[in-house]
Design a protein around this ligand. Structure first.
Ligand code: PXP
Length: 249
């Protein structure tokens, strides 16, 4: 048995790429709400969407619909801009995750530099918290960023697992896993809740799901890609099974 004492890991499913497919033709399908409901039926505990500044996939109307859906826990990923903070404060999703954003990137490339922009992050955390949103900061596995998250008044962090996922199996991946393990331990010492995500697949999720501090995983690309072949509910169920197995062995 692992050292996990608390409840089982929650799985958040990022459905941005369902919207990517829709926006490729500017059609009304595939339907975001249908995707969200199917993900929930497959065992997702929450739905994540990233409203990007360039609106390349998720649109404002998608967020409005998802927030309004009864029984759907929404996690809104967003950059710290005046526009996004205003939108989130207005809609008040249950959760939000603050991420860095570059227009030219294919996906979020690194964690948020909380230490380097403490005032800006603190102010966003404060405004969102006052609007009733539970805020997480997406950060790299670095002690300095964890300490800065505490200084910013944030109680939840999402550890960026992208470097771990991209690392070659063997020494490189072990080194990235050791960094994540150390960060998860440090977060526990600091009393911060740990989420994790980025680049996770059925093949690489086990070591992350086995970290006892991890309470939530957010996974998107691998799920939507797999859904092309087996459907979204089955893809979510498959991932959940891999996570459960890792938690209990
Ligand atoms: N967590 C955060 C903060 C992200 O930005 C993303 C990508 O949108 C994910 C998790 C999910 O990453 P992936 O799509 O690689 O599973």
């Amino acid at each position: 048995m692992s050292g996990r004492q608390k409840s089982l890991i929650r799985l958040g499913i990022n459905i941005d790429h369902v919207a990517t497919l829709r926006q490729a033709r500017r059609t009304s399908y595939p339907d975001i709400m249908q995707a969200a409901k199917l993900a929930l039926s497959g065992g997702a505990d929450s739905i994540t969407v990233h409203l990007r500044e360039d609106r390349r996939h998720i649109q404002d109307g998608d967020v409005t619909l998802l927030v309004a859906e009864n029984g759907l826990r929404l996690n809104l990923e967003m950059a710290i801009t005046e526009e996004m903070v205003n939108i989130a404060c207005g809609l008040s999703p249950e959760n939000c995750c603050l991420v860095p954003e570059k227009r030219e990137e294919l996906t979020t490339e690194g964690g948020l530099d909380v230490a380097g922009q403490l005032e800006k992050v603190s102010s966003a955390v404060d405004r969102l918290t006052q609007a009733g949103v539970r805020v997480a900061l997406f950060i790299d596995a670095e002690a300095e960023q964890l300490e800065a998250a505490v200084a910013a008044g944030c109680e939840v962090i999402e550890l960026h697992t992208g470097m771990y996922a991209d690392a070659k199996e063997g020494a490189d991946r072990d080194r990235e896993l050791a960094r994540l393990t150390a960060a998860a331990n440090k977060a526990e010492e600091l009393g911060i809740t740990v989420h994790a995500g980025h680049g996770l697949t059925v093949q690489n999720v086990s070591a992350i799901a086995a970290l006892p501090q991890v309470e939530e995983l957010n996974i998107g690309h691998a799920i939507v890609a797999r859904a092309v072949f087996i459907g979204i509910a089955n893809a979510v169920a498959e991932m959940k099974q891999a996570i459960r197995k890792a938690e209990t062995t």
